[in-house]
Structure formats: structure tokens, C-alpha cells
Design a protein. Structure first.
Length: 248
């Protein structure tokens, strides 16, 4: 994987930042994007400009996503993988009490953001010297894309939609030599998870047969695998990384 370039959105913290560190440790060069990258800049300040690039961008705005992917291409001369990681979690509210604004935000960031990132990342891959051959898209769904969850109607809808995006990308971009796969993380010990009330954290963790939440690094390991050459015949796969957290 030496010399490969990965674009990672939502890289300012959590799973995205863990992925950035892991990719760098495995000889990737990385271009990181988020609406706020201060934490990532601080934690990666020892990395040289030849290995890491940063650009604040909002994945719901096409001009910013296009600028992000072209900046990555200009900085490193190629784009080999894109991890469509940017996402938000809605408040847990019954369907009939959910404001339309929450639904709009969930679909805009999680679905449109992933769609736009993939669109412009594929264009950047095709503009690379390899023309896209060997490229990889990694979409991030959720264990919530396996079933419905009361109080999370908009979130579940967005994560089921991401599975559909990944499957469509797998079929549509294969002729360019670009693969697409999707990850379904379960409960993961991120800042976002820590914002849940303690009783909810305990209930979610109790639903995991392994008895704990994942670390961000455990999810990042699967991102790395799907972005690299060791998964070269995986296309259109959805990989569960949730410790057995499935409906009973």
C-alpha cells in the first residue's frame, strides 16, 4: 500500500481520525476533510506535508466537495481510495415528534454527503495516472442498517440508503476498475457515543454479545482493509463490524 493516497471525510475526530492515523502507519498518504480539523491537525502535526493534507469542507455542498477532491489530487498527484465517513447522529426522538429539520440534516449529511464524496472522488481517481484502476470507495453505514430502531427513524433511513449507494457504486464504477464496499459499525466508543445518557450507553453495550463497544481503531482496521489491495476481489460487499449486535 506504500504510496497510495486515501481521502477520508469526517476525519476531525472519532473513527475518521483513527483511520487517518492507521492509514499513515501503513504507508498511505492521506488527505483529511471535516468541518473542523483542529484536533486532527494537532494530533498529526508531526507528519510532513508530503504525507498528509487537510481541508475544511462541508460534504453537503458540492462546490466544497469538488474542491476537496481536487485539492487532494493536486497535493499528491493521485487519489486511490475514498472513505466516505462524514456523518451525524440524530437525537433519539419518536417518529411522530421528530422535526423535519432533523430529517433534512440527517439525509443531507449522511446520504447526500456520501453521494457527493463518491461522485467527486471517482472523478479524481479517473484523473489520476492509473485512470481509476485499483481505486476503492468505502461507505460507512451502521448496524442500524440491519433493522429498524424506535426513535431513530431518520438515522436508520439514512444508513439503509448508504448501503444502496455502495451497491450501486459497486456496479456502476467497476468498469473503471473502482471497487465499492460498505461497513456496518455497531456501538463504538467515540465522542458521539459518549454524548448518550449513561443508561442508554449501558443498554447499547449490553446488546453486544462481546459485552463492549468497539474502539475507533477496530473500525478503522476494516476501512484500511477495504481501501487496500488485500481486498482486491471484494466489490459490493457489506461488512458487519458490530460484535454480533444484531436483532433477536
Amino acid at each position: 500500500m506504500a504510496g497510495r493516497v486515501a481521502l477520508i471525510t469526517g476525519a476531525g475526530r472519532g473513527i475518521g481520525l483513527a483511520a487517518a492515523k492507521l492509514f499513515l502507519a501503513n504507508d498511505f498518504r492521506v488527505f483529511l476533510s471535516d468541518v473542523n480539523l483542529q484536533r486532527a491537525r494537532n494530533e498529526l502535526k508531526g507528519e510532513g506535508k508530503e504525507r498528509v493534507g487537510f481541508l475544511e469542507a462541508d460534504v453537503t455542498k458540492e462546490d466544497e466537495v469538488g474542491a476537496m477532491t481536487q485539492a487532494a489530487l493536486k497535493r499528491f498527484g493521485q487519489v486511490d481510495a475514498a472513505v466516505c465517513n462524514a456523518g451525524v447522529l440524530s437525537p433519539i426522538v419518536p417518529w411522530l415528534e421528530t422535526p423535519q429539520d432533523d430529517v433534512d440534516k440527517m439525509l443531507s449529511v449522511n446520504v447526500k454527503g456520501s453521494w457527493l464524496t463518491a461522485k467527486h472522488a471517482v472523478n479524481a481517481m479517473r484523473q489520476s495516472p492509473h485512470g481509476g484502476k485499483g481505486g476503492a470507495l468505502v461507505f460507512i453505514a451502521s448496524v442500524a442498517s440491519l433493522y429498524g430502531q424506535p426513535g431513530m427513524s431518520a438515522y436508520c433511513a439514512s444508513k439503509w440508503a448508504i448501503r444502496g449507494l455502495s451497491l450501486t457504486a459497486a456496479a456502476e464504477f467497476a468498469p473503471f476498475g473502482i471497487r465499492s464496499n460498505c461497513i456496518q459499525p455497531g456501538a463504538t466508543a467515540t465522542d458521539m457515543f459518549a454524548q448518550f445518557p449513561q443508561d442508554l450507553q449501558s443498554a447499547v453495550t449490553a446488546s453486544v454479545p462481546l459485552g463492549r463497544a468497539a474502539t475507533p481503531e477496530e473500525i478503522a482496521q476494516v476501512m484500511l482493509f477495504l481501501a487496500g489491495d488485500k481486498s482486491s476481489f471484494m466489490n459490493g460487499s457489506t461488512v458487519a463490524v458490530h460484535g454480533g449486535q444484531t436483532p433477536t
